[in-house]
Design a protein around this ligand. Structure first.
Ligand SMILES: NC(=O)c1ccc[n+]([C@@H]2O[C@H](COP(=O)([O-])OP(=O)(O)OC[C@H]3O[C@@H](n4cnc5c(N)ncnc54)[C@H](OP(=O)(O)O)[C@@H]3O)[C@@H](O)[C@H]2O)c1
Length: 275
């Protein structure tokens, strides 16, 4: 991994950038347009949005303003919980594609494992995949038991599982399970929603390498084989979060960061959410 556009190869052969740009809580309109444009100009080629972020149209505009070719980009969106089910997922997909101004998508994810619904939702994703509308399909917020259940009936294996993952929630068992099943792990809230910047150990490791705590965490993701999608609306941070290729964490740094795990979630628990 030497460059911001380096990719991992998913279980169906599709290449996905290790580093992407997340746009959760980035407002539609100027805020998301400017953030996406700044990110692409800084070298990101992967953008992570979702229907529920209400900013797919602005993402499309930001992309359009850069003039970067469609085939050089990797766009992810997600089916929201209230749209889950077979027919409703197919309809939600078409609506997202219109807002995103796309004729194919790179990655479509089930946003949360809605009980009693996610298998029908998955059948819709399989149909979209088999028809070539989506280059890869995956899930988000799936625990091992959700994946085991899904894999019993799936005819296409998820390519990706996007989950909350950062130094206070290292997800070791889920990472091992996904690695065994060739499902790429992708970290959401990799920076703990910004709460990890003052952590003394991360600050020490950062100072030693002449980098920031955010850069240390993102480098920890990359060295652990985790796709990562930090969010920022601050141009200097958007750019700084790509500057990950001029240093290397030692095995000891990585061990120390691993030992910070507290199974602490900043977001919802996939086994106990009410939305
Ligand atoms: N699948 C899911 O259920 C799910 C859930 C949550 C998130 N996600 C995805 O994951 C992406 C990232 O997660 P997130 O947005 O929750 O949080 P995050 O990326 O962990 O953290 C974002 C926060 O960190 C700040 N920040 C960014 N870079 C920084 C830096 N270099 N130094 C200091 N502070 C910095 C940002 O501030 P500013 O913006 O003010 O600069 C923002 O407050 C989302 O945008 C979304 O695409 C998915």
């Amino acid at each position: 991994m030497k460059h911001v556009q380096d990719t991992t190869t998913l279980n169906n052969g599709v290449k996905m950038p290790w580093l992407g740009f997340g746009v959760f809580k980035v407002k539609d309109g100027d805020e998301v347009v400017n953030a996406v444009r700044t990110a692409i100009e800084a070298g990101y080629r992967s953008i992570d949005t979702a229907k529920v972020y209400n900013n797919e149209a602005g993402v499309a505009q930001g992309i359009r303003e850069t003039g970067v070719a469609r085939e050089d980009l990797f766009i992810t969106t997600k089916v929201w919980n209230s749209d889950q089910g077979y027919e409703s997922t197919l309809a939600a997909f078409e609506d997202s594609m219109k807002r995103l101004e796309l004729d194919y998508l790179d990655l479509y994810l089930i946003h949360w494992p809605v009980k009693g619904k996610y298998k029908d939702t998955w059948r819709a994703l399989e149909k979209l995949y088999k028809e070539g509308r989506v280059r890869a399909i995956g899930v988000s917020n799936f625990q091992i038991h959700h994946l085991e259940d899904l894999l019993m009936d799936a005819t296409v294996k998820p390519a990706v599982n996007q989950v909350e993952l950062h130094p206070l929630l290292t997800q070791t068992e889920l990472r091992e399970y996904c690695s065994k099943h060739e499902i790429q792990i992708e970290a959401w809230s990799p920076l703990g929603q910004g709460h990890l910047m003052e952590h003394p150990l991360l600050q020490d490791i950062a100072a030693k390498h002449g980098k920031s705590p955010a850069q240390v965490i993102l480098r920890w993701d990359l060295q652990n084989g985790i796709v990562t999608i930090p969010k920022s609306v601050t141009p200097e941070r958007i750019r700084a979060n790509t500057e990950l290729y001029d240093f290397e964490l030692t095995a000891e740094d990585i061990e120390q960061i691993n030992s910070l795990n507290e199974n602490k979630r900043f977001g919802a628990d996939p086994d106990n959410f009410n939305f």
